[in-house]
Design a protein around this ligand. Structure first.
Ligand SMILES: *Cc1c(COP(=O)(O)O)cnc(C)c1O
Length: 385
């Protein structure tokens, strides 16, 4: 079943993914009289995510923000440590490390992918640097060969913010499986959802035991459930990072159909690209760039306008024509908390300038061809004026 859209109202920017089998799964969770965490559906999601990504272990979490927090704890980030990341990202990437007392060192992005410029990372390293947190913007992979090489030579942890990247690959390998840890989001704005939720991908077996403990309030309850200890105890510090079975059941319905959802999104993405290519060829707008070796998941479709002023006018024009388009990420280094907890290393050549030009068009599972056609026609109409 495809989700229904009406042509009479504003074409929304996002509709949370829904395929129609979610209620049935949630009903099963209720019938099983197990709605707290780590029941059948959480375990099924973990297993499926392990199969989809090839990560050694996957643990469902309450959000990607929380998966990142777990990552910061597991990487043993301490007061005064530095973590390198792009400034063009969601605040959660930085929050997780700031909460452990780290300072954030922002590095410029590449204008073609809006990912961290891998060539600028090495010069931002100081004796305090502890980790690199690359963000796979729009589900398009960062230059992971270079980033992993730098991390290995300097003994740094890599925690991938893969919030947007499930089903994407870099040189054949799923995103989120290059670093020590990877963090996925299942927020309602992402390709697969459970309302609020996420997952931690653990790629280094040294972290599997502590990850389970940190996720379960600092207890060895997971071992107890497996019968490995006869009672569970408080063994470390931690928090409650496990989601309810009701949310896991909703997600499981979608993960079972991961390919179908991915194909639907890719079809929309490709249609956008074909319809708007002529405008790019004329030099009027820019379209997203997917480097060779990267397979993406159509998480978003964005265009770049000439400048901020043109972007505002285009957003207004789309709105008048019943299309809700948005922009995002005021660069973190210029935000109040960014000024307080971080610094920008080197020159901001592209982060601010490119972020001001970027406009996201509606993109969700079930976007109809007729709506997509209308959106593209409206963009073309705008540039005819
Ligand atoms: C969505 C998103 C997050 C946060 O995910 P939540 O599950 O809402 O915590 C973090 N980083 C990036 C890049 C995101 O897109």
């Amino acid at each position: 079943m495809r989700q229904e859209e009406s042509v009479n109202y504003m074409i929304p920017f996002n509709i949370p993914p829904y395929i129609g089998t979610e209620e049935e799964k949630i009903g099963e969770a209720i019938a099983a009289r197990k709605i707290s965490g780590d029941g059948v559906f959480t375990k099924k999601c973990n297993k499926l995510l392990e199969q989809l990504t090839g990560a050694k272990q996957v643990l469902l979490t309450t959000s990607c923000t929380h998966a990142l927090e777990m990552g910061a704890i597991l990487a043993d980030i301490q007061q005064g440590d530095e973590v390198i990341m792009p400034s063009y990202t969601f605040c959660s990437t930085a929050d997780a490390f700031v909460m452990r007392g780290a300072r954030i060192v922002f590095v410029d992005v590449r204008p073609d992918t809006m990912n961290i410029d891998e060539k600028l990372i090495e010069e931002a390293i100081t004796p305090q640097t502890k980790a690199i947190a690359p963000v796979h913007y729009a589900g398009v992979g960062c230059e992971m060969d270079t980033i992993m090489d730098i991390a290995q030579r300097h003994g740094l942890a890599v925690i991938e913010d893969d919030a947007q990247g499930l089903m994407s690959r870099y040189k054949g390998k799923p995103l989120g499986t290059f670093g020590t840890l990877g963090c996925i989001s299942f927020h309602e704005t992402k390709n697969y959802s459970m309302g609020e939720g996420g997952a931690l991908l653990i790629n280094d077996e040294d972290f599997t035991e502590r990850a389970e403990i940190v996720r379960e309030k600092g207890t060895d309850r997971s071992k107890y459930y497996r019968g490995e200890v006869d009672k569970y105890r408080w063994v470390d510090f931690g928090s409650s990072y496990l989601p309810s079975e009701l949310n896991a059941a909703y997600l499981y319905a979608q993960l079972e159909q991961a390919e179908m959802i991915n194909d639907d999104r890719l079809a929309s993405w490709n249609r956008y690209y074909e319809r708007l290519k002529a405008l790019e060829d004329k030099g009027v707008i820019e379209l997203p760039f997917v480097p060779e070796g990267c397979v993406h998941n159509a998480h978003m479709f964005y265009i770049k306008t000439k400048d901020q002023e043109e972007r505002e006018r285009l957003i207004d024009f789309l709105k008048k024509n019943d299309v809700h388009a948005v922009f995002h990420y005021v660069p973190l280094h210029s935000a109040p908390a960014g000024l307080k907890y971080g610094r920008f290393h080197g020159e901001d050549r592209f982060t601010t300038k490119e972020s001001e030009r970027l406009l996201r068009l509606p993109m969700y599972y079930g976007l109809t061809e007729s709506n997509l056609e209308h959106i593209c026609d409206t963009v073309k109409e705008f540039y005819k004026q």
